[in-house]
Design a protein around this ligand. Structure first.
Ligand code: ADP
Ligand code: MG
Length: 366
């Protein structure tokens, strides 16, 4: 099991009034790719906190670059039978849906349509190369977890039962969602039709509950089945647009929102613990502690997990951004030798923005 945690800082949008950019990418050594995110300490703005990631993508990163760097390399592994799981984590408004789903224009397409396109292309090539001896089938499931209940997004909202779909433990020890629908998909057109319809279902269902779709986790599962004679190889790619990580107890403390917040906080907390445990190489991954990580069997099978932390660069997101960095960053305290600090101070006057490039802090979890 391998895990990568990367950050993506989105650009300022034209309509945004807050132009105060406080979140910045940085490199561990000058000239090297970005691996650090810097953000001021809210209690002492002269000081910066730094968080380390496997990679950091700045505001100019295109959808294509992100896909090519972080997801495309794993499509081959998926065909070799590994499970691939991709999460978008972050505060509402930071670009999770943009990263996963993206826009309709070709260049604006997100990770999900690009992944499907790549899977269909490779599948067709395999069938051609083996002269039809190997068949490749793709089937989709799409569901959301709202208040710890599972709802099928491929079914219309009218068909929902308030308690959601039950989970069932299979003989293999795997947990599955009982009664979750699965649709075969031949090509990208098939996929897009299903996906658009399902996303509409998601919004309609949320509106009925007077909620917002950012309060649920949306999980797309792509099941790949490769058959050669009697041999069947099955693997899955899961793409998850997580609920917003913001603590909305601060701003909106209605009863419904409090219940939502508790469910979201719990599942995101368990997720971060699983990611941390996997990255440490622990034997025991606490995946059973939340419904989402249980269904995904996170850390239980050989596979690849990629967590993308989406960040908005502005000051208006300061505290929520800091808390999302704390939860997702696997940053250990990076020891920087004195001498490096000196170089920094010699090159730059000691001003508020450059003072602590050598100090990597880690905040306790809230
Ligand atoms: P979230 O799903 O995290 O709530 P969205 O994906 O809806 O956030 O993004 C919020 C807004 O920012 C949207 O208008 C989206 O189009 C825009 N946005 C997000 N990331 C980018 C990006 N990398 N480039 C351009 N616009 C972006
Ligand atoms: Mg969203």
């Amino acid at each position: 099991m391998s895990v990568r945690v990367v950050a993506r800082i989105r650009p300022l949008l034209d309509k945004e009034l807050d132009k105060d950019i406080i979140v910045k990418p940085d490199s561990a050594e000058s000239g090297k790719p970005y691996t650090i995110v810097k953000i001021p300490n809210p209690k002492n703005e002269a000081e910066d906190f730094s968080f380390a990631f496997n990679s950091v993508y700045d505001q100019s990163t295109s959808q294509e670059t992100l896909f090519t760097s972080e997801v495309a390399p794993h499509v081959k592994s998926l065909f070799q039978g590994y499970d691939v799981t991709i999460f978008a984590y972050g505060v509402t408004g930071t670009g999770k849906t943009h990263t996963m789903r993206g826009g309709l224009k070709l260049a604006e397409r997100g990770v999900i349509p690009r992944l499907l396109s790549s899977v269909f292309r490779r599948g067709k090539k395999i069938m051609k190369d083996t002269e039809g001896n190997t068949t490749v089938r793709v089937a989709l499931s799409y569901y959301e977890i709202y208040n710890d209940k599972v709802f099928d997004l491929l079914e219309p909202p009218e068909k929902r039962t308030p308690s959601g779909l039950p989970l069932r433990a299979e003989a293999s020890g795997k947990t599955v969602v009982a009664g979750l629908s699965e649709r075969a998909c031949e090509d990208l057109k098939d996929f897009e039709k299903l996906y658009i319809e399902a996303n509409n279902n998601r919004v309609t269902a949320a509106t009925k509950l007077n909620a917002h779709s950012s309060r649920s986790h949306a999980i797309l599962r792509v099941k790949l089945t490769q058959t050669t004679g009697d041999a069947v190889r099955e693997s899955t790619a899961s793409a998850i647009d997580l609920a917003g990580s913001e603590d909305n107890r601060r701003t909106d403390n209605g009863k419904e929102r409090l219940i939502e917040s508790a469910a979201i906080n719990k599942s995101l907390f368990v997720l971060s613990q699983c990611i941390e445990a996997i990255s440490r190489g622990d034997k025991r991954i606490p995946y059973r502690e939340s419904k989402m990580t249980r269904i995904l069997s996170l850390g239980q099978n050989n596979g690849i997990t990629i967590m993308i932390l989406n960040l908005a660069p502005m000051k208006s997101y300061h505290l929520d951004t800091l808390s999302s960095l704390n939860v997702s960053s696997r940053a250990k305290r990076i020891e920087v030798r004195e001498i490096e600090n000196e170089v920094v101070f010699k090159q730059f006057p000691k001003t508020s923005s450059t003072i602590t490039s050598g100090n990597i802090h880690r905040q306790p979890l809230r």
